[in-house]
Design a protein around this ligand. Sequence first.
Ligand code: SF4
Ligand code: SF4
Length: 267
Amino acid sequence: MVQNFKIGKYLILRRITQIGILLLFTFKSTEFILFGNLSSSVLLNSIKLSDPFAYLQIFLASFTLNFEFFLSALVIFLLYAVFLGRAFCAWVCPVNLITNFAELIRRYLKPAKLTNFKANTRYFLLFSFLLASFLFSEPSFEKISHIAIITRGIIFMQSSAIFVGILIFLADLFLQRNLVCSHLCPLGAFYSLISRYSLLKITYNLDKCTKCAKCINICPEPQVLNLVTKYSGKVLNPECIKCARCVDVCDDDAINFNLINFVKGKK
Ligand code: SF4
Ligand code: SF4
């Protein structure tokens, strides 16, 4: 068995959600539920949804305000900023399927780390793409987005998705653990920046913890678990992608989601 890898209920729920969203986009018969792609879609034939990072790039590129487009991006912005935090990365983005698979193989092969990108590189890339959108009057990240290529490739069966998917897989497998999602992706950085005050948080209970460190070992963003073995509380770092892999591996019920407690008014 691979060290600390566990197929828990949240992993199964995440895969159902990720694949379910892709299937809804793919089939003509489900267009009335969800139509489009992850950049721009229509829910239930009436609610327009747009990627707020794409909106920001297009706004910086054109400096024109399309109110309908703005509202469609605002819906998604509020969904993540107020409720779900950076959950897009773990529950929606199809790249996560590739990078999680690369990590699983990495745990078997244990290859050496060949690059040393810092987690903050993604913020540099985020602001670089925004600046480039402004300077070159076009949405610069959207032009090359690996997320858009993979998503469109799956929906429309394009071979470009296979090529980009293999590149992402090899980068995560041989260069550095979670290189693409935890170090380079500007969209992940964007969702981290807007997620500081989101309601959905992971909670940690020091009294139940047996200090096995399985959660830190499995977490794709281990810096967010700096409270583990030190004090009880919420994981406040917005880089947490709400994947709940820490919840799935913890045998001591020391880590949990706390949205339900929030709704009930408990601490
Ligand atoms: S929270 Fe759970 S998984 Fe993490 S160190 Fe404590 S007991 Fe282990
Ligand atoms: S703290 Fe838990 S939910 Fe957050 S990124 Fe790490 S493993 Fe995923």
